[in-house]
Design a protein around this ligand. Sequence first.
Ligand SMILES: NC(=O)c1ccc[n+]([C@@H]2O[C@H](COP(=O)([O-])OP(=O)(O)OC[C@H]3O[C@@H](n4cnc5c(N)ncnc54)[C@H](O)[C@@H]3O)[C@@H](O)[C@H]2O)c1
Length: 386
Amino acid sequence: MKPMRFGLVGYKFMGKAHANALSRLPMFFETDARVERSVLCGRDARWLEQAAQTLGFGKTETDWRKLVAREDVDAIDITAPSNAHKEIALAAIKEGKHVFCEKPLALTADDAREMREAADKAGVANQVGFNYRFAPAMALAKRIIDEGKIGKVFHFRGSFLQDWIIDPEFPKVWRLDKSVCGSGSLGDLGAHVIDAARYLLGDIAEVVGDQITFVKERPVVERMTGLSGKADANAPRAIVDVDDATSFIARFENGAMGLFEATRFAQGHKNDFRLEINGEKGSLRFEFERMNELWYFNAGDEPGEQGWRMIQVSEGVHPYWDKWWPAGHVIGFPETFVHELYEFAQCAAQGRPCSPSFADGEAVARIMDAVELSSQRRAWVSVGEI
Ligand SMILES: NC(=O)c1ccc[n+]([C@@H]2O[C@H](COP(=O)([O-])OP(=O)(O)OC[C@H]3O[C@@H](n4cnc5c(N)ncnc54)[C@H](O)[C@@H]3O)[C@@H](O)[C@H]2O)c1
């Protein structure tokens, strides 16, 4: 069997999630190429060697330019912060490597387009890290909608709520720096909600949005991850140039109405991603923190027996369920990464398009740019304008 040797860029939050997924993939899934953790890439050799040992990579590289040119690597997996995605992906594509890239695909829709065009032209497998698509209940929701069971859809309601930067003394980590992350709550959290909306209902035609930055200056910090950092009491302050919260209304191309909210200022909510979809014949409801459950209301049930029913999706309806445990033995957040990397490895080995691809990453980026423009103009913006 041919190998699929991965070069992984980054080893913190997402780096660990991907390394964990790559290690478990061959234990549970049969793949057409043998998935291997080959080379780990990070900038600082002092931490890199230790990380490579912990995460099970035999080789290291401190410069991603050298990583993408290596002959012992077939696929590049990018988990560096968002401003690094485009340059690394384009270089990897030029070397003929398959590319998996974390979301948001790029800082702007124009950059995302360039990446999609390059990948398509080179004919390499390309996928973007919308892992929430791979939660069991999302797959069932998609099947129910595609089979017409909830009929014509009227409403999509999606929110992603967190609370980790309410303290004004929380430092300006890279997730609060536009030059690194592109946008704040919109690109970090809203991107997942937009992808879920497109996955389940199709494309969005126009949007009207509102964005706000509640804490306009924060202490500067030097050593950080995207989610944590320490600043001393006398640290200088820097302007926060991204949104702390974004909400927007959308019209889908199929005529449905969408309501979206992404914030890191919702006290008490840690990773609260939830959706509700209302159709002519039924409704669906999903909360990521209970990702094995899908709530379904079927208006076709007998009048005296109608009500919301909770479907335990771990009982055989998820497309990958047979690979895991006996019925009812639920899976969680880390397994979404195993599923998405299985999809990627198989697409690369079989030469078929991946889903979600760079084209999906670009489509989400276009919607996000439209939301930002709309918030600046205080008016509706057609996504086609981006
Ligand atoms: N799919 C998801 O659910 C999800 C969740 C969190 C983050 N993300 C995305 O993943 C990406 C990374 O986020 P994170 O939270 O893991 O960040 P992080 O700060 O925890 O880790 C970033 C890693 O990239 C490395 N890095 C930075 N610049 C580099 C460079 N030039 N060359 C090599 N390595 C470099 C850092 O050393 C670190 O190991 C972001 O694009 C983010 O939006 C996705």
